[in-house]
Every structure is written in structure tokens, then in C-alpha cells.
Ligand binder design. Structure first.
Ligand code: FPP
Length: 247
């Protein structure tokens, strides 16, 4: 039986977030430079996006470049940035054809000008698409996102003071980059590492975590489907008891 057929369409995760890890190790194993791993990582991105769109996942967030990634060797950072631009350009038609809407989270203004420009153009071109929303986390750090939210709230308070008791979870979330995006139901991290690495710290509060040994460049839609099948066997309790969930 095809893996896809084992997926229950009624309890599909609405939002899947992915920490794409292991590009460097994959390349090293093959006796190649790290960037060779990133280039092959694009193939995994393509297959994962297609797989997610095909089964009807609504949001897919990919951790493509963290704020901490700037401290990698300049040669690798430059290569990653040009890979981003070339991928955006080469995938534009496919994304449009497949009704995918592109969104970003992270400090996009802090990216090189050509990357920001290409991204903004593609965001605009796909803004009316109604299929999968592909969210790229770029120059993203969850702590930055939270501090940034606090700064915005305080700045509004300085202009027009309000009752601080009005700030609850719902209000706070409106100041995060992910406003209007539901929290992830499932987080996948590849390459056998068990960390969150400053990714969506607020949003992952009740997310199901799935770790696989597969290195990102080898990740394909069947790996995504396996993660979803595993997720569908779990009982999500959101702090309640098992009995409460069942009744
Ligand atoms: C982590 O592997 C991967 C990254 C930091 C970059 C991810 C980028 C891509 C897959 C390519 C471009 C993406 C898009 C969305 C077009 P690592 O380098 O940390 O691997 P290692 O842990 O084995 O060293």
C-alpha cells in the first residue's frame, strides 16, 4: 500500500514546521564541500513542498536561515544567499502553477538587498494563491521575534497607555511574525539532533515533535508521509486527561 494512502485526511496536521538539518554532514560523507549539501537540500525542499501540497497540508514552515547562521564562514553564507535567490527564481513558475502562497518570517530587512527584493516580488505574485502556504524562516530567531513583539507593545503603550491586563496570549500573538498562521501541529527535525535551536519557541508550546536520522538532502515526500502517519497515532491532550479528550 502506498504510504500516502495510510494518511487519514480527516486528521491531517494543518501546519508542519521543519528544521532542515544535516546538509553539511551529508556533503562531508560524500567528500564534498558543505554547499554541495545545501544545493542538494533544495531537492528535498522541492519534494517536501510538493508532498505537502499534494495531500492538502495548509501551512509548511521551513527553517532556511537562522540569525545565528550569520556566524558561519562568509563563503558558506554567501553561497546560501545566492542559492536562495536562484531557487526563488527557478521555482517561481512552479509555485504559481501549484497555487502555493509564499510567506516569510524573520528579519527580512536584514537580508542582502537582492534576496529581499526577489522574495518580496514572489510574495506579491503568490499572494492570492489559496493552496499551501509555504513559510520560509529567514534571518529568523524565536527570541528575536519575542523581544521584537515586546518592543512593539511597549512602544504602543508609550503612545497611548492602556490597561496592561489586556495583554493576553491572543493579543501577544498578534505581534509575532506568525500572526494569522496557526501554531504548528507537527515539528520535524532531520539528522538525528534533538534540539529546537531558537525556532518558533512560543508557537511550539503544544506541537508534536518528530525526529528522524535522515539527513536533510535525503529527505523525500515518503519521509514526510511517515512523519504524518506517526503524528496521527498520537493523542494530543493539550494539558487535559486522556478521558476528557475521548468524551
Ligand atoms: C542545516 O544543515 C541547513 C541549513 C542551515 C540551510 C538550509 C538551506 C537549504 C536546504 C537550501 C535553501 C533553502 C530553500 C528554502 C530554498 P547544516 O548546514 O547545519 O548541516 P550540518 O548540521 O550537517 O552541518
Amino acid at each position: 500500500m502506498d504510504l500516502k494512502e495510510k494518511i487519514d485526511k480527516d486528521i491531517l496536521p494543518k501546519h508542519i514546521a521543519v528544521i532542515m538539518d544535516g546538509n553539511g554532514r551529508w556533503a562531508k560523507k560524500k567528500g564534498n564541500q558543505r554547499i554541495f549539501g545545501h544545493k542538494n537540500g533544495v531537492k528535498a525542499v522541492r519534494d517536501t513542498v510538493e508532498g505537502a501540497a499534494e495531500i492538502g497540508v495548509k501551512f509548511l514552515t521551513l527553517y532556511a536561515f537562522s540569525t545565528e547562521n550569520w556566524s558561519r564562514p562568509k563563503q558558506e553564507v554567501d553561497a546560501l544567499m545566492s542559492l536562495l535567490v536562484s531557487t526563488i527564481n527557478s521555482e517561481t513558475d512552479t509555485l504559481i502553477k501549484n497555487n502555493v502562497r509564499l510567506l516569510t518570517i524573520g528579519d527580512i530587512n536584514g537580508l542582502p538587498k537582492d534576496v529581499g527584493k526577489n522574495l518580496n516580488e514572489l510574495i506579491k505574485k503568490t499572494s492570492n494563491n489559496t493552496g499551501l502556504s509555504l513559510v520560509l524562516a529567514l534571518n529568523y530567531s524565536a527570541r528575536w521575534e519575542i523581544v521584537n513583539a515586546v518592543q512593539q507593545i511597549v512602544s504602543e503603550f508609550e503612545k497611548t497607555p492602556f490597561n496592561i491586563k489586556e495583554i493576553d496570549n491572543e493579543v501577544f500573538e498578534k505581534y509575532l511574525n506568525t500572526k494569522n498562521i496557526p501554531d504548528p501541529d507537527l515539528l520535524i527535525r532531520t539528522s538525528g539532533e534533538f534540539r529546537i535551536s531558537n525556532f518558533l519557541i512560543w508557537q511550539l508550546a503544544y506541537t508534536e515533535l518528530y525526529f528522524t536520522e535522515v539527513l536533510w538532502p535525503d529527505f523525500r515526500r515518503d519521509d514526510l508521509f511517515n512523519a504524518i502517519i506517526n503524528y496521527q497515532k498520537r493523542e494530543r491532550r493539550f494539558g487535559k486527561t486522556s478521558e476528557q479528550i475521548k468524551h
